[in-house]
Design a protein around this ligand. Structure first.
Ligand SMILES: C[S@@+](CC[C@H](N)C(=O)[O-])C[C@H]1O[C@@H](n2cnc3c(N)ncnc32)[C@H](O)[C@@H]1O
Length: 222
């Protein structure tokens, strides 16, 4: 049985208030997972693991959050966290239980291996969280392209109701200053940062945008 009441008490009192700009979207992501109410274990896959203990507002502590959520899910619930930096994965292993399988390597090929492992076990993903290759806000293309490649690598493990969430992708728009302190939009806000190309692809294939804050999330990629 999934009874996440105790998770929400912890989230409301301890984690949420420290999460800053990500509180609203992590709250929505976990609330969405609650609505799935599938029987059997829950599966979460993330890229970019927790690399600094206690860095809630800076990075988000995703691996710690996922581990807590899964501790209230049926036996066999698990997460896979991938990071290219062995120092990050070593740190992450100190912070999470053995429900979280921590993989060291480039996420694009490692996600392909995880997809095979999940398929062999008859598992699909409930939440895919993409937060690896740090974004350069003056040139978002390398990071944004990497996150689209991640989605391609693992797409075979998605269901239509799988939540795909990307970090560091606030909507961006062009503005002109009219008078001091006043601006007019000259383009509609579009999701940028790490999620720019994922958002473009989502729109082209008719995926459903669930929310767009500092993090954005979709269902129906497949
Ligand atoms: C922002 S941090 C992740 C923070 C984490 N999600 C959290 O909430 O605590 C980004 C991580 O992505 C990792 N990374 C960068 N490029 C990568 C790649 N090609 N494959 C896998 N991980 C990568 C970095 O080593 C770094 O640890």
């Amino acid at each position: 049985m999934r009874d996440t009441h105790a998770f929400w008490t912890w989230f409301d009192l301890e984690a949420g208030p420290k999460l800053g700009a990500r509180e609203v979207s992590f709250r929505k992501a976990f609330a969405y997972l609650d609505t799935l109410q599938r029987t059997g274990p829950v599966t979460i896959v993330e890229t970019g693991c927790t690399r600094i203990a206690g860095n809630w507002a800076g990075d988000g502590q995703s691996s710690v959050l996922f581990d807590h959520y899964l501790s209230h899910c049926p036996a066999g619930s698990e997460a896979h966290a991938v990071d290219i930096d062995p120092n990050a994965t070593a740190q992450c292993r100190q912070l999470v239980s053995n429900r979280v399988h921590v993989h060291t390597g480039d996420s694009v090929p490692v996600l392909r291996q995880i997809a095979r492992t999940l398929a062999d076990a008859g598992r699909t993903i409930d939440l895919l969280y993409l937060d690896s290759f740090d974004v350069d806000w003056k040139n978002t293309t390398p990071s944004s392209a990497h996150h689209l490649k991640e989605l391609v690598s693992i797409v075979g493990s998605l269901r239509s109701d799988t939540l795909v969430m990307v970090d560091d992708c606030p909507a961006q728009a062009r503005m002109v200053g009219t008078e001091p302190g006043n601006y007019s939009l000259i383009s509609q806000p579009e999701i940028g940062g790490k999620g720019g190309f994922v958002a473009e692809y989502a729109a082209q294939v008719g995926a459903t945008l669930l929310f767009s804050h500092y993090q954005a999330a979709w269902t129906h990629f497949v």
